[in-house]
Design a protein. Sequence first.
Length: 301
Amino acid sequence: MGLSDTETGAKADARQAKSESELEDELGEVNMDELGNKVWLVKVPAFLAEKWKQTHEDGVQLGKMRIYERPDSSGSNISVLVNDTAENKDIPKEYRMQVSNERVRNMFIFSESRDPRAIVKPTSVEANKAVPMAITGTVHHECTVTPTYTDEYKRIMRKRVLDRHKNARKVQPMHSSEYSRSMLAAGADMFDTAQKKAKTDSRMARMERQDLMNLIFAKFEKFPYWSFQGLLEETRQPTAYLREVLADIARLNKSGPYVNTYSLKPEFRKASAEAAKAKASAEKESDDDLDIDDEDDFEDA
């Protein structure tokens, strides 16, 4: 005696309901007691994030946030002050926060009771155990933090640029011998190949996010409008990474005489002008130091 279509459908629904119930038992329930907590999602520079990651203790104060009644020239009325300690001597201490999205929807913060640094093998018993999860807050604002162009910031960035351009390679004299001459002759072609490969690889080497922003600011100081291809050739950065940074500091013109070109957002035009002024001041100081050194050399001679 066969089963009717109604009986077959009822059994299929029962099996599906049973499988969903078993899945819920395996996953467990998500604790939503703190769903009403309002959280700010803040993007910080990479060097600041790396510095904060080095702090493994709980309850440590990383800095202070101040909210002013009136915004500054960039339109921001929120500043972040990092603690002035020995651990933070190589990073800027003062930042400003720009709210990029005041009404974030459907974005939440989840947490797990399991240590995220723990290594769990897929075949282990721990991998099949349900991990208690909880929603610790709802994202209310989305913000971006950038350093303030103070004298301290200019000093730190200048030192970083100088350290990066220091030549770590050293020239060592070689004794004249048949072996060394043969090695040099054999390696001539290899040297040319290595130079070409290094030049190609350097095109796609990712810069620090803040360094790339400073480079883009410098390009917009020269011309107010840039095509993406032009910035790609000037910065020599990966395409996806460059688009990501441009989305934070520039906007794509979709109409008008400069259609399909990028221009700085209004809140970053002031920052770019301050950076240009700081660069000119640093170059002037460097020229003054060079003149002093030349005079000393002349006197010694």
